[in-house]
Every structure is written in structure tokens, then in C-alpha cells.
Design a protein around this ligand. Sequence first.
Ligand code: FPP
Ligand code: MG
Length: 304
Amino acid sequence: MQLVLLGGSISRASVMTESRDNENSLIRRVASFARKCLFGILSVGPIPNHIAFIMDGNRRYAKKNNLEEGAGHKLGFTALMSMLRYCYELNVKYVTIYAFSIDNFKRRPEEVQSLMELIREKIEGLIKEESIVNQYGVRVHFVGDLKLLDESVRLAAKRAMVATSKNSKAVLSICIAYTSTNEIMNAVKQSCEEKWEEHKKLGSCGTTNGLIDYAEKVGRKGNNFIGLSDIERHLYTRVTPPPDILVRTSGETRLSNFLLWQSASSLLYSPSVLWPEIGLRHLVWAILNFQRNHSYFEKKRKQV
Ligand code: FPP
Ligand code: MG
């Protein structure tokens, strides 16, 4: 059947689509207003500066819902976008996500390939002007041993870092080809190389005694001349402060080689939902827990 509206002929289907779109847009506006009120109340207390996420349970979600392989990770990305929106609306300055660990390379080659393809496609999406990172002024930073990635993914990551380098309101760190042990090992190696160069410049000879003389010259005793600050200066994550909250979904309480150095004083939160099921209520609960423990964590951090 045809309806004649405004002098034109519009089908019943297109009228229905338009009215559904209006309804959805109204629901979105009401939800956004409700969030604004909720976040206004939450912001009376301290808001975390940095939240880190281990997005676990994507394959289990696909299996549980009889979806095709890979669909769990796609829905996982959608869940991530909502979570980022909530964090930025709450003025959380730093968000770090575990997108792909070095251990994940041991998965079946087809799975690694399709995950890499998804990650590449989504990184390209982040560069677009209308993307969430440009909407909220977020600088994207890739963290990990990027040389382990396929060239196409590595180049997309570099393009995203350059394209968002002028955004200054928040930082999104995407850990990819990352493990903490690799990060720490790399930082130790870089620190040793740096010290060795300084040592050569000071003219000490390359013997143990030479190194000890050098340590004394630069004001440190014995062999203890690589300090905490040297390691921290060389961590891939050096641009971000330690996370206040570390969330791992799917009820797992392992850190799986993620931010081991940085999470010494972080609040750990492990909701039982699978990553694609994570929602606003989990974030609110994590922040309420953070606020309840805030003075304890502050004291702890000052002692470190
Ligand atoms: C862990 O779930 C998640 C991953 C290995 C990858 C998650 C990646 C995304 C959601 C895309 C991110 C993309 C960008 C550009 C940031 P799992 O595979 O271990 O699932 P399981 O625990 O059920 O086995
Ligand atoms: Mg997993």
C-alpha cells in the first residue's frame, strides 16, 4: 500500500523505518541524559585517572550464543566502543586495553589471521574523522613489540598514532603483540645499552672494575646503577601513569602477563560476564569500589 505524504509517494515500509529510527534516536537521547545524571552524581567522588581492561571471553560468548567463529571478537569491539564512550564521558584520562598478547600468536593460524584482519580494519576505522577517538580528542598509542606484527597492521597502527597525535584530552593505549615480561625485558636491555654508552663516553674501560668505577662516578654504589627510574623510562607504557583499576571479564582472576609492573597498587575487578556482555553497570560498580578504597590506594601509592 502507498501513502501519499507531502505531495510525494512514500511506502509503508519507509514510514515504519523512519518511525523506528525516531524511536531509537529518542531512546538514545534519554539514555545519554540518564548517563549524564548518573555520571554527575558519581563525579562527586574521585574519578579514576586510568582504567585498564583485559577483554576476556569473546570466543566463549560466540560459542554460548551459537555464533560463527570470530563473531565474538567483532561484538567484543562493539562492547569496547561503548565502554570507551562511558569512560570519556566520565573524564577518565587514560584507558589501556589488552588487544592481543604475544602468547596469542600461538593460536591456530586462521584465528590469528582473522583477528589481525579485524584489528587492522578497526584501527583504520579509528583514524576516520567521525570515530570515537576524534569525537573525544583521544590520542591513540600502540604498546608492544610492534615488529612482531604483519606489515599491514603495523603500518595501520603507525598511521593511527600519527593521525591522532594532536588529540590531547585523553590517551587510549592499545596493547598489541604485548606481554609484560617482554616489556620489562626490553626496558632492561635498553637501560643497559644506555648506561653502556654513557660509560663509554666517561672513558671507563669495559671491565667489571671499570663498571664499578663508573657507578661511583655517577653517584651510585656497586653494581646497582640501573635504577627503577631507568627501567620506567624505557617501558612501552611510559606515557601513562599506573592504572587505578584493572578490569578482567569472564570471572578470571589471572593477570595473564598484562601490566605486571604497573599494577602493583591497582584495584582488581573481575566481573563474571564475558567481554561482549560488559555494560555500564560493571563500570559503575568498579568506580564505586575504587571510591570506597580510594584513601587506602592513595596511601599505598605514596609508600611505593
Ligand atoms: C580475548 O578473548 C580477546 C582477544 C584475544 C582479542 C580482542 C580484540 C578485540 C575485541 C578487537 C580490538 C581491536 C582494536 C582495534 C582495539 P578470547 O579470544 O581469549 O576469548 P575466550 O577467553 O573466550 O577464549
Ligand atoms: Mg581468553
